[in-house]
Design a protein around this ligand. Structure first.
Ligand SMILES: Nc1ncnc2c1ncn2[C@@H]1O[C@H](COP(=O)(O)OP(=O)(O)O)[C@@H](O)[C@H]1O
Ligand SMILES: [Mg+2]
Length: 343
């Protein structure tokens, strides 16, 4: 049985740009899928196709049991999209914004009022409820935006980079809210550039790059797929980086010269994927010693999602931590970089 969100072969081009190049996805009911990818990977375009805002050139999608292309109105009534349907009005207070959404959905005034109060409480906005939204910080706006998307408790939710641009404290707070939400059985598709966020919130992670899903699985499966552990060596003298690299490269999982061995010059750190555990570590220490390469540190670690990304895409995920500014983009999409603004 297809999941609450199911897509097959979604293709979308904008002129010469193939934003989606055959996206396949399946999100079982009541689970969270993290769509993880760098800027320009096709995350927003996927969300826009699944939420009926954009018509794919080809492919099909079913959301909450409804065909996205054939029953767009019914799909819209069954989903919540953080940032789009729930556009926050700057000149209304938080409370007024939430009541207005309820009224738009034709809730009786009394019910809309009760629901607004519940959400203000749940999203830690009760104290600011009677201030206009334009006085809210970035974090508060995101919470209000999310609350607005939840006024009618949709069974399927989409969130496009819900925490981009938030400071770590606000991000944590929002994670708490999202966890609470999905514990109630909501199916959620969440896009993110933050590996840690996908690791934290998602049951399954789909890695997207250049408009395609290049890997899907749990965080542990993706890490296992990336292969083995990593050995990390920090050499004492900068002059020894090259020799140590050549030595470690001999042990690299895919064989010497496969390009898996990386060097962080400023930290004098060399890393390579290996299999063989502690025994191998002892051997590497002996070899380094016999060549007179003094080390400050050596250790084995499991691959991180950063390693997963690097090994799948050949490039490191871009991660930007930005200030939680009150004056930021209010589209709720975190699109603060001009080149990816939705046109
Ligand atoms: N409306 C549009 N017109 C032209 N190009 C677009 C449009 N929307 C997205 N793109 C392009 O499609 C690609 C995927 O964009 P997007 O889905 O926004 O990526 P992401 O959300 O992963 O950053 C990018 O190359 C982007 O520039
Ligand atoms: Mg985007």
């Amino acid at each position: 049985m297809p999941g609450a969100i199911h897509a097959e072969g979604l293709v979308k081009t904008f002129g010469d740009v193939r934003a989606l190049d055959g996206v396949d996805l399946d999100v079982p009911e009541g689970t969270v899928l993290g769509l993880l990818g760098p800027n320009g990977a096709g995350k927003t375009t996927t969300v826009r196709c699944l939420t009926t805002l954009l018509r794919p050139d080809s492919g099909k999608a079913v959301v909450a049991g409804l065909d996205v292309l054939e029953q767009p109105d019914a799909v819209r009534r069954s989903i919540g999209l953080s940032g789009q349907f729930a556009a926050v009005d700057e000149y209304l207070t938080g409370r007024e914004n939430l009541r207005m959404v309820g009224q738009l959905y034709q809730m009786p005034a009394k019910a809309a009022k009760v629901r607004a109060d519940e959400l203000l409480e749940q999203f830690h906005l009760a104290d600011a409820a009677d201030r206009t939204a334009k006085t809210y910080s970035g974090g508060m706006r995101r919470r209000l935006d999310l609350a607005a998307a939840l006024v009618v408790s949709p069974p399927v939710m989409f969130m496009d980079e819900p925490t981009t641009g938030l400071d770590p404290r606000n991000r944590q707070q929002l994670w708490g809210v999202i966890k609470q939400l999905v514990s109630g059985g909501t199916t959620l598709l969440l896009t993110t550039q933050y590996l840690e966020e996908a690791d934290h919130l998602a049951h399954d992670i789909a890695v997207v790059d250049h408009g395609r899903v290049i890997a899907q699985g749990t965080s542990d499966q993706l890490k296992a797929r990336t292969g083995g552990e990593r050995v990390e060596v920090v050499v004492h003298d900068r002059e020894h980086i090259r020799a140590a690299r050549a030595l470690l490269d001999k042990y690299s999982l895919r064989g010497p010269g496969a390009g898996d061995t990386t060097v962080e010059d400023h930290m004098r750190k060399i890393t390579t994927p290996v299999s063989g555990g502690a025994k191998l570590l002892a051997e590497i220490i002996r070899e380094l010693d016999s060549r007179g390469i003094e080390i400050d540190d050596i250790g084995l670690r499991r691959p991180t999602l950063d390693d997963v990304f690097l090994s799948l895409t050949g490039h490191v995920a871009e991660i930007k931590d930005e200030d939680d500014g009150a004056a930021q983009d209010t589209a709720g999409h975190g699109h603060r970089h001009g080149k990816e603004a939705v046109k």
